[in-house]
Design a protein around this ligand. Structure first.
Ligand SMILES: Nc1ncnc2c1ncn2[C@@H]1O[C@H](COP(=O)(O)OP(=O)(O)OP(=O)(O)O)[C@@H](O)[C@H]1O
Ligand SMILES: [Mg+2]
Length: 238
């Protein structure tokens, strides 16, 4: 369970998050939609403790993470899968090594078990033939899939994905959205995705949250948002 209450954040006097409150139920898949610069990435960075709010709280499974020490935050992050907006694969490692890395770092699995897990996940994301390639040798869509594989390899119960479809064509966007949806449902992950991708967000989300200038302007099931008469919501959905 994630409970965000009255979160506020400014950078050099500019308010970026203005009093955001949001609960995410266990196993729920939420997509946060909003224009560029509306505060989506800043919000997600707060959820993993990379940024501290000016005020407000973020409870994850009963613990307020805004007051945790760096050491406790590191421990918390082991239990959270995080797909960065830019993918953030290590350029000097192959795809296989990138995905195996969290397993070497955070588990005591033996080499054979790691290999089995990595090969399974490569297959799941359709990269079984790309394990020995370096990130620079992949297409944008393949890089996103490799980064997604790395973010879910520890079987975390919480998954955050920042713009998983940005820069991809409609077919690839649909593929990666379906993949995240499958992985999230399969492992009953509590999932928060940020996106501009209205079409795929409506297809996969349990609930949508629209943010505008750091404020939530609408939230609800896709069919509820679709019927909204709020002019700002309608304008965003065009
Ligand atoms: N570390 C930072 N220091 C100062 N300002 C920041 C920082 N991070 C983000 N901002 C500002 O906060 C605002 C929101 O940025 P954010 O990255 O959250 O937008 P976004 O909704 O994720 O946009 P996009 O859809 O383009 O990814 C922007 O005006 C940005 O310049
Ligand atoms: Mg962003």
């Amino acid at each position: 369970m994630i409970k965000v209450a009255n979160l506020k954040k400014s950078f050099t006097g500019q308010a970026v998050l203005r009093d955001i409150s949001l609960n995410v139920a266990p196993g729920e898949l939420i997509v946060i939609l909003g224009e560029s610069g509306s505060g989506k990435s800043v919000f997600l960075q707060h959820l993993i403790g990379l940024l501290k709010p000016d005020s407000g709280s973020i409870e994850i499974d009963g613990v307020d993470i805004t007051t945790l020490s760096e050491r406790k935050l590191l421990k918390l992050r082991k239990n959270i899968g995080y797909l960065f907006q830019e993918g953030a694969l290590y350029d000097f490692m192959t795809v296989y090594e990138n995905i195996a890395f969290p397993l070497h770092e955070h588990t005591r699995l033996r080499l054979k078990e790691i290999k089995e897990k990595v090969l399974n996940i490569l297959k799941l994301v359709g990269l079984e033939k790309a394990g020995m390639k370096f990130p620079s040798e992949l297409s944008g869509g393949m890089r996103k899939r490799a980064a997604l594989a790395r973010s879910v390899v520890l079987d975390s119960k919480i998954l955050f994905c920042d713009e998983p479809t940005s820069g991809l064509d409609p077919k690839k966007s649909k593929e990666i959205s379906d993949l995240i949806n499958d992985i999230s449902r399969r492992s009953k992950c509590t999932t928060v995705i940020t996106s501009h991708d209205i079409y795929n967000s409506f297809r996969i989300a349990d609930r949508l949250v629209l943010i505008d200038h750091g404020q939530i302007i609408a939230r609800g099931k896709p069919e509820e948002i679709e019927l909204s008469s709020d002019p700002k919501v309608k304008e965003f959905l065009i």
